[in-house]
Design a protein around this ligand. Structure first.
Ligand SMILES: Cc1cc2nc3c(=O)[nH]c(=O)nc-3n(C[C@H](O)[C@H](O)[C@H](O)COP(=O)(O)OP(=O)(O)OC[C@H]3O[C@@H](n4cnc5c(N)ncnc54)[C@H](O)[C@@H]3O)c2cc1C
Length: 440
């Protein structure tokens, strides 16, 4: 649904005077106090087309994760056979039940956010649009996904789990550019074993529709036929056109990302920007630490100029298997610190011994050779997102390998491997470019 928001919140310390309404604040977006604020005194969205459909809740993280949960059952049914479960008929998935339940949950969440705003004294004025579009995907057919980034991989896993035939087309040799090299290989292999077909070094050139309605994808290497859907997940750009930013002199880069200083202030002092629109770390929790609950709120409304802290931001990819990571990659660590020790493990988890499935787990620790500080922690395998969130506290706190070694493992888990890696897989001697620049 699309709403206008009228903020009646006044910044009590700085301005209680309604006569200063001319320094009105505009806030675009919703996940957090979002994207752009003009002036620190009174926040009021005067235009009536405030869009309420924040990406995280309605089009990104939440619906995506619900669909990941749905699709994981097919793997779990397969796993259960080795543990003695038998099914008289093949479990069948009902897409419409999933959509109805997912949409109900999104409505519920939207209601909660509306209430939060209402209780904070915000007037919601309904503008235009819809909360949800039908978003129907015929899951029984053959789908092409173009792109090798995290969103492409997540949807490949979802659709594969829901029994579509999935083909992923990527321009490069490997998926997930910028991620840890071993994980790029590992996740590609694991997903291939689950039946997803990767077409590497292939660039799409055209899509043709046949008389029977099916789609063909022409790439630099050939033409692939009979797709019911072709999905592009090739990246996003900040949607900053026609906001009037150029007119007032807000500087943007060539992709349309708004340039901000360390305090999130744009080149026009009364205008601030947070979240994806600045195109730095495009994640919901990062938008939150920048915006409403974080740095910007303190700077503008508590008289405490605050920079968001981007050190050791953990993140996950909800591919199947999922990936969790925090801190530096090996390449970044060498650049920053020179000499590093790398610990890796690649093993078959306990569950796979009976399930008989080819599931494995990969883990990696990157340690500064000089200080023994853990600089990076990376994992691909079941539960890695949940597990890395916990370890992120240790990495953020600057704990050392000795602290990890002194921590007692929980047995039997995959996680215990992170506190029992005794011998480095390799020791690397490099020359740092600028020690500690990334702040770890
Ligand atoms: C498919 C997908 C999956 C994702 N999964 C994850 C995940 O698992 N974990 C994670 O952390 N992040 C994930 N993300 C990223 C996450 O959704 C974003 O980082 C987060 O939503 C950024 O918040 P934001 O407030 O900056 O922008 P958004 O959530 O995009 O909110 C911007 C809002 O501004 C509105 N708006 C735009 N222009 C105007 C205008 N002119 N006037 C008024 N309003 C306007 C938009 O409609 C929108 O409501 C995912 C993204 C996608 C696309």
């Amino acid at each position: 649904m699309v709403f206008s928001l009228k903020f009646n919140i006044q910044c009590s310390r700085q301005c209680k005077d309604n006569s200063r309404k001319s320094s009105i604040g505009y806030i675009f977006g919703f996940t957090v106090i979002n994207v752009i604020v003009f002036g620190p005194c009174l926040l009021e969205v005067v235009k009536s087309k405030f869009v309420y459909n924040c990406r995280c809740v309605l089009r990104g993280c939440i619906p995506k994760k619900l669909m990941v949960y749905a699709s994981k059952y097919s793997h779990e049914f397969d796993e259960s056979n080795g543990f003695g479960w038998k099914y008289d008929t093949e479990p069948r998935h009902d897409w419409s039940t999933l959509m109805v339940n997912k949409n109900a949950e999104l409505q519920r969440l939207t209601g909660i956010y509306k209430n939060i705003l209402k209780n904070a004294g915000v007037t919601l004025i309904e503008g235009r649009g819809k909360i949800l579009d039908p978003h129907t995907v015929d899951v029984d057919e053959k789908v092409a996904i173009v792109g090798g980034g995290y969103i492409a991989l997540e949807f490949a896993g979802i659709l594969n789990g829901l029994k579509s035939e999935v083909h992923v087309f990527i321009r490069q040799k490997k998926v997930l550019q910028g991620f840890v090299e071993e994980i790029r290989d590992f996740v590609g292999e694991q997903m291939s074993l689950q039946g997803i077909e990767f077409h590497t070094e292939e660039s799409p050139q055209a899509i043709f529709k046949s008389a029977d309605g099916s789609l063909s994808l022409k790439t630099n290497k050939g033409t692939f036929e009979s797709f019911s859907h072709v999905m592009f997940a090739t990246g996003r750009r900040p949607n900053t056109k026609n906001l009037g930013l150029e007119t007032v002199g807000v500087k943007m880069n060539k992709n349309g990302a708004i340039e901000v200083d360390e305090y999130l202030r744009t080149t026009v002092p009364s205008i601030w920007a947070v979240g994806d629109v600045t195109d730095r770390i495009n994640l919901t929790p990062v938008a939150l630490i920048e915006g409403g609950a974080g740095a910007l709120a303190k700077t503008l409304f508590q008289n405490e100029p605050t920079k968001p802290d981007f050190r050791a931001v953990p993140s996950a990819v909800f591919s199947q298997p999922p990936i969790g990571q925090v801190g530096l990659t090996e390449e970044q660590a060498i650049k920053e610190y020179g000499d590093i020790d790398v610990y890796t493990a690649n093993f078959r988890p306990l569950k796979a011994t009976l399930s008989g499935l080819p599931d494995r787990v990969f883990m990696k620790l990157i340690v500064c050779a000089k200080t023994s500080k853990v600089l990076g922690l990376h994992m691909c395998g079941a539960d890695s997102a949940e597990l890395v969130q916990g370890f992120a506290v240790a990495v953020k706190a600057g704990l050392t390998k000795a602290d990890f070694d002194a921590t007692v493992g929980i047995h039997p888990t995959s996680a215990e491997e992170f506190v029992t890696m005794r011998t480095p897989t390799r020791k690397i001697q490099g020359s740092p470019e600028s020690e500690g620049k990334l702040g770890l």
